[in-house]
Design a protein around this ligand. Structure first.
Ligand SMILES: Nc1ncnc2c1ncn2[C@@H]1O[C@H](COP(=O)(O)OP(=O)(O)OP(=O)(O)O)[C@@H](O)[C@H]1O
Length: 320
């Protein structure tokens, strides 16, 4: 049997506080411990302000943690940031491309800056432009590119050094559906070729489509990890959505019911899916509210997981 491989990225008890003028420091990340294995797409999923970009900035050595550490291929970011960066290709949220230069010129500049040997530069640039589907537009000024094309070029730039680990911060933020599909396709290909991808996102759909494993962050806390399938499986097999006044929490104690969340006037009940459970639930809901309206019966998705877990995390922290 092969010995298990050490993780590519290890976050260990990572904590980041930002000082504030008139109040206690803001805890952007609270004791994050997480391993990312080789050759997978790992998604950091969470709402705005949950600590995703902070995690990425700590990983790249752009921020110094208040506590804990990050290791990339066993190298500690705090003591050898240059060593860590040799393994990383990063696509930041702000693409920071030179708009007045062409795609090719942007890449040539980056290749020189990051020490790609002169003899290899032309081939590498051709290779990454092909990979992101921009070979035809290589000579055009980047200022004339669409947002999605700029994102693809930023990915090409990150791949120039053939890094083992590619980090993408919100890769498809503000990107149209076609470019999104193209980017997803490239990301999958990186992992299929043996690379490790860490991406942050607050799109459930993106996490579902791309991630082999997920970590869900909320207010700087890690609230769940697992494959998308495992996370959805926590909520039973069926979701029953009913438009109603705020439901009685006692519903959650009915046999066959896994949990109840309430959002935008719709109660979503996670249940085992048996007809008896569904019947009892609907009876109870209409007893409570004669105007209750069944919206649908469906499989839970990651959004349901997030809503239910966020409620739990807030309660755990005594804030609910
Ligand atoms: N340089 C900074 N100084 C002060 N506070 C910061 C700084 N960077 C981030 N924060 C705060 O830390 C928290 C986490 O921010 P972060 O950018 O990591 O969230 P995020 O999950 O990436 O959000 P988004 O999806 O909006 O990008 C937020 O409350 C944010 O305001």
């Amino acid at each position: 049997m092969n010995a298990p491989q050490a993780p590519t990225i290890s976050f260990r008890e990572l904590r980041m506080e930002f000082p504030r003028r008139r109040s206690r420091p803001l805890v952007a990340l609270d004791s994050l411990t997480l391993d990312v294995g080789h050759g997978q797409v790992f998604g950091l999923l969470g709402p705005n302000g949950s600590g995703k970009t902070t995690s990425v900035n700590l990983l790249c050595g752009l921020l110094r943690p208040t506590g804990g550490t990050v290791l990339v291929e066993g190298i500690d970011v705090r003591t050898d940031v240059t060593g860590v960066r040799t393994h990383l290709g990063v696509v930041p949220q702000e693409t920071a491309l030179y708009n007045d230069l062409s795609a090719e010129e942007n890449l040539a500049f980056h290749a020189r800056l990051y020490g790609v040997p002169r003899a290899q530069r032309r081939n590498r640039i051709n290779e990454v432009l092909e990979l992101v589907g921009l070979a035809e537009r290589r000579g055009d000024r980047v200022g004339t590119y669409s947002g999605g094309m700029q994102r693809r070029l930023a990915l090409a730039r990150a791949l120039l050094t053939r890094p083992g680990v590619v980090v993408l911060d919100e890769p498809t933020l503000g990107v149209d559906v076609q470019s999104r599909a193209a980017l997803w396709d490239r990301v999958r290909r990186i992992a299929a070729d043996g690379g490790t991808v860490l991406l942050t996102t607050n799109y459930m759909e993106e996490a579902q489509a791309l991630a082999d494993n997920l970590a869900i962050l909320d207010h700087g806390l890690l609230i769940a990890t697992g494959t998308p399938e495992e996370l959805r499986g926590r909520l039973g097999r069926t979701f029953i959505d009913v438009r109603t006044a705020r439901p009685d929490p006692a519903l959650a104690r009915l046999p066959g019911v896994v949990g109840v969340s309430w959002h935008d006037g719709v109660a979503s009940v996670a249940a085992d899916g048996s007809p008896a459970t569904i019947r009892t639930l609907l009876d109870r809901l209409t007893e409570q509210d004669p105007d209750a309206l069944l919206v649908g019966v469906r499989r839970p998705d990651l959004n349901d997981v997030f809503l239910s877990l966020t409620g739990t995390a807030l309660r755990d922290r005594g804030q609910a």
